[in-house]
Design a protein. Structure first.
Length: 135
């Protein structure tokens, strides 16, 4: 092994003692990765200008891969998400004028009409969630 690779291996081993930069295979590995990510975020690595931001992002990807493989989210339609949010916030069909009339909201939650892009944007703003939740 050449000198540069030996140095790289040494540095990588030192980093990996603090931050597990490998695929997560166990719950213990997952817990260690989450703890390491929390330490990075507490140190300011959520700011993309932080020198460890890419390290935090990479670790986040590894954690996300584990979550996707072990805790997949159920497929939910935009209408089901809207129903859920209405229930959580105690809203009636007439309480969503940004979507349309009570009749329009009724058609959406009953599956007779799809949520359009304008409505998704308004729902995203109102509930502070990703537009992906409705698509």
């Amino acid at each position: 092994m050449n000198v540069q690779l030996k140095k790289l291996a040494t540095h990588f081993a030192a980093i990996e003692r603090e931050v597990p930069l490998h695929p997560i295979r166990t719950e213990a590995g997952y817990d260690a990765a989450v703890a390491a990510l929390n330490r990075l975020l507490d140190a300011g690595a959520a700011d993309e200008r932080h020198p460890l931001a890419n390290l935090a992002a990479t670790l986040g990807e590894l954690i996300g891969d584990y979550n996707a493989a072990h805790y997949p989210l159920p497929e939910v339609s935009g209408a089901d998400m809207l129903k859920f949010l209405m229930q959580q916030h105690g809203l009636k069909q007439g309480d969503l004028p940004e979507i349309g009339t009570q009749g329009v909201v009724s058609e959406i939650i009953n599956g007779k009409r799809e949520i359009n892009l304008r409505q998704v944007r308004k729902l995203k703003e109102r509930f502070g969630i990703s537009a992906d939740a409705f698509v």
